[in-house]
Design a protein around this ligand. Structure first.
Ligand code: HEC
Ligand code: HEC
Ligand code: HEC
Ligand code: HEC
Ligand code: HEC
Ligand code: HEC
Ligand code: HEC
Ligand code: HEC
Ligand code: HEC
Ligand code: HEC
Ligand code: HEC
Ligand code: HEC
Ligand code: HEC
Length: 341
């Protein structure tokens, strides 16, 4: 009987408390986790409470840890607070960057450290001269924190430069308005120094500052890419080895890169005649003339200059049992056409 009374009193008390609660009926946390008998005020940050805000959908971090509950929970019905930054903070950017503030900001502070990454993510890395400009040179309303879309294409900001370009005259040459086809995006000017020439890399023997060597008269269009078109003389003059007599193909890249002095040349097809880039003779010779002792005539070759010099007696020993052995290069080649035993 007394127990029943206790329960009735307790139920009544709870109902009374619930009716006094400003937090709405859905609150699952008990009053004592936040309140003490000394009053309804909630003093101090969340650390002073048994209640842990970390368990809500919106853990408090950065500057938020020092903010009064009521600054965020004005109605005191806790779930009514929205976790979207923009629901509590004014959009300083006047809708120029969208409403997802957390893309660029955290509750630590409003500074944006990584403007570099921001531009990278936008597909417009700030490189070269662009990295040293003031924001408002591109974002005309940056001082008002407005970042209206400009567009990433060079021509969006450089149309006037294109139209004014006289040397060469871009418009009449029909140059593309995608400036980055020819101008480096990490350059510091429009001059030849910052030309993007990746479509025909100017490396090694082609690392030539004087553009006119390939673009006579400043004519950049219809420049041939075929090596022979520019290097016909070199081919015809080539003496060691004599390219014409050797019937070397005109496709120089079969054997050459742009390595200076045309060396080293990868004449790998030689291995079909006699392996020198593979097999036992790989890395055992220094110059073509080690075998081809008659300048310009590759039909002539010598094996015995090396082999005699290296080990004549041993050579003779080796052939003790070999009938028809002669100490002549053509004979060596006949019996050892691949330079092997
Ligand atoms: C998660 C923490 C939390 C819980 C749980 C909680 N309260 Fe509160 N309550 C607050 C906060 C915060 C305030 C605002 C305090 C302030 O303004 O200093 C508040 C204020 C109040 C007030 C004063 C309202 C006003 O207008 O000033 C009453 C009454 C109150 N709570 C009743 C209750 C009752 C009853 C319960 C249990 C059913 C309860 N609260 C549970 C956090 C809580
Ligand atoms: C910086 C703002 C901010 C501060 C300060 C803050 N809260 Fe919150 N709180 C929120 C947001 C936002 C939510 C998430 C609401 C949601 O989406 O459910 C939330 C959720 C809650 C919830 C869970 C509601 C539910 O049922 O899901 C409780 C309880 C709560 N807060 C209590 C408090 C108390 C008590 C304090 C002070 C100690 C406090 N909050 C301080 C923003 C804040
Ligand atoms: C439920 C409301 C609420 C939400 C949601 C909220 N904030 Fe806050 N925030 C506040 C309040 C209130 C303050 C303290 C008053 C002030 O400085 O504006 C504050 C303070 C800050 C501060 C410190 C400002 C200063 O001047 O020191 C930063 C930064 C901040 N919030 C960023 C954020 C970011 C980023 C988000 C979203 C991830 C966010 N806030 C979400 C209410 C909120
Ligand atoms: C695309 C990135 C981006 C987004 C999204 C963004 N901001 Fe910013 N915000 C910035 C930049 C950049 C600054 C300048 C910061 C600096 O100078 O370090 C800034 C500055 C601020 C400042 C400080 C202003 C001052 O006077 O110092 C506030 C406040 C701010 N933003 C609020 C917001 C709010 C609110 C949102 C969401 C509606 C938001 N931002 C969304 C990039 C962004
Ligand atoms: C050389 C020009 C240039 C400079 C200098 C520049 N930006 Fe940008 N910025 C851009 C371009 C291009 C975009 C890509 C988005 C667009 O089309 O507007 C962009 C985008 C942004 C965005 C929006 C990003 C988004 O995701 O919504 C912000 C914010 C921004 N810049 C801030 C800055 C700040 C702050 C500085 C100075 C520290 C700066 N920018 C310097 C050209 C520039
Ligand atoms: C959002 C605007 C914007 C975009 C997009 C942009 N630039 Fe710029 N750029 C500028 C501004 C502003 C300057 C500094 C003022 C000037 O010299 O024109 C500059 C300077 C330059 C300069 C140095 C000019 C000089 O006289 O020293 C070069 C080169 C350049 N940009 C190339 C490019 C290329 C290539 C692209 C495309 C990949 C590009 N820019 C895209 C805004 C832009
Ligand atoms: C087909 C390649 C090509 C394209 C595409 C191209 N340029 Fe050029 N541009 C050049 C060459 C080559 C030069 C001369 C460099 C030198 O020798 O100094 C040049 C020089 C310039 C000059 C200096 C001209 C002068 O009269 O001094 C400007 C300005 C210029 N370009 C702007 C642009 C802009 C802006 C774009 C894109 C809208 C663009 N270019 C696209 C090849 C190109
Ligand atoms: C070793 C020879 C060589 C040198 C040196 C050279 N170029 Fe080129 N350049 C070429 C070839 C070959 C092409 C044609 C590429 C193609 O059509 O794919 C070309 C194409 C170009 C084009 C593109 C024209 C178009 O219509 O698209 C420009 C612009 C250009 N060169 C500028 C320069 C500048 C500026 C220099 C000096 C810094 C230079 N070149 C130095 C060989 C050279
Ligand atoms: C548009 C003309 C042009 C084209 C096409 C061209 N070159 Fe060149 N190349 C030159 C010029 C000019 C030089 C510098 C003057 C010289 O040494 O003949 C040069 C130099 C070289 C050199 C350095 C020569 C030395 O004496 O050090 C090599 C190697 C070379 N080119 C190989 C090639 C190869 C391989 C190709 C084909 C992929 C090629 N070139 C296509 C114009 C061209
Ligand atoms: C079948 C392979 C092959 C082809 C194809 C070839 N070369 Fe060579 N070239 C060589 C070899 C091997 C050397 C000698 C390299 C060495 O001495 O290490 C050489 C050397 C040269 C030399 C230097 C000759 C000397 O007398 O000093 C020039 C110049 C040369 N090549 C130009 C060309 C040109 C231009 C073409 C294309 C039109 C071409 N070559 C095609 C294999 C070739
Ligand atoms: C280790 C010896 C050896 C070296 C080194 C060597 N060759 Fe040969 N080469 C031969 C032999 C053996 C033949 C085959 C001769 C034959 O079939 O008449 C041959 C054939 C040739 C032929 C074909 C001659 C013809 O008229 O049929 C050419 C061209 C040639 N070599 C060029 C070169 C060049 C260029 C080099 C240097 C990159 C070189 N060789 C290095 C041994 C050598
Ligand atoms: C530049 C010097 C040189 C010339 C020229 C030369 N050789 Fe050799 N040869 C060597 C060397 C060094 C070895 C030993 C390689 C080793 O020990 O693996 C060798 C090894 C050999 C072997 C033995 C391979 C084995 O399996 O043990 C034969 C066979 C041979 N050469 C044949 C020839 C013929 C045929 C010619 C002429 C077409 C020739 N060599 C020209 C340097 C030369
Ligand atoms: C009539 C065929 C014939 C002629 C010509 C000939 N060889 Fe041989 N050579 C052989 C045979 C077979 C062997 C293997 C002998 C053995 O292992 O008993 C051999 C072995 C060798 C070896 C030894 C490989 C090892 O095991 O160390 C070398 C090096 C060699 N020859 C190089 C030459 C040279 C250089 C010439 C030219 C002066 C030459 N040969 C001429 C048939 C010949």
């Amino acid at each position: 009987m007394r127990n029943q009374l206790k329960i009735i009193i307790l139920l009544g008390l709870t109902a009374l408390l619930q009716s006094q609660s400003p937090h709405g009926p859905a609150l699952k946390v008990s009053c004592g986790d936040c309140h003490t008998p000394s009053g309804w005020e909630v003093k101090g940050g969340e650390d002073a409470l048994l209640f842990d805000h970390g368990q809500t959908e919106f853990p408090l971090t950065g500057r938020h840890t020092a903010v009064d509950c009521r600054a965020c929970h004005q109605t005191l019905v806790f779930p009514e607070a929205s976790p979207e930054c923009i629901s509590c903070h004014t959009d300083m950017h006047r809708v120029t960057v969208g409403s997802d503030c957390a893309r660029c900001h955290t509750p630590e502070n409003w500074l944006v450290d990584d403007v570099t990454e921001l531009h990278y993510d936008n597909g417009f890395p700030l490189l070269g001269v662009h990295a040293v400009l003031d924001c408002d040179e591109c974002h005309v309303s940056a001082s008002a924190l407005e970042f209206n879309r400009i567009g990433n294409d060079c021509v969006n900001c450089h149309r006037e430069d294109y139209e004014a370009a006289a040397n060469p005259n871009h418009a009449s040459a029909g140059f593309s308005t995608d400036c980055s086809e020819c101008h480096s995006i990490d350059g510091f000017g429009w001059s030849s120094q910052f030309i993007n020439h990746n479509f025909f890399p100017l490396e090694k023997g082609h690392d030539i500052a004087d553009c006119a060597q390939c673009h006579a008269g400043g004519n950049f269009s219809s420049t041939p890419t075929d090596c022979y078109a520019c290097h016909r003389q070199d081919y015809e003059n080539a003496a060691s080895p004599n390219h014409q007599e050797s019937n070397f193909p005109l496709s120089c890249t079969d054997c050459h890169t742009t390595d200076v002095d045309w060396m080293p040349a990868e004449f790998t097809r030689h291995d079909d005649l006699f392996p020198i880039f593979s097999g036992r003779h790989r890395d055992e010779w220094n110059s073509c003339a080690d075998c081809h002792i008659s300048t310009g005539n590759y039909a002539v070759f010598s094996c015995i200059d090396c082999h005699e010099h290296n080990d004549p007696s041993r050579l003779a020993d080796k052939h003790d049992e070999v009938r028809d052995y002669v100490f002549e290069s053509s004979a060596c080649y006949e019996c050892h056409p691949r330079g092997e035993e």
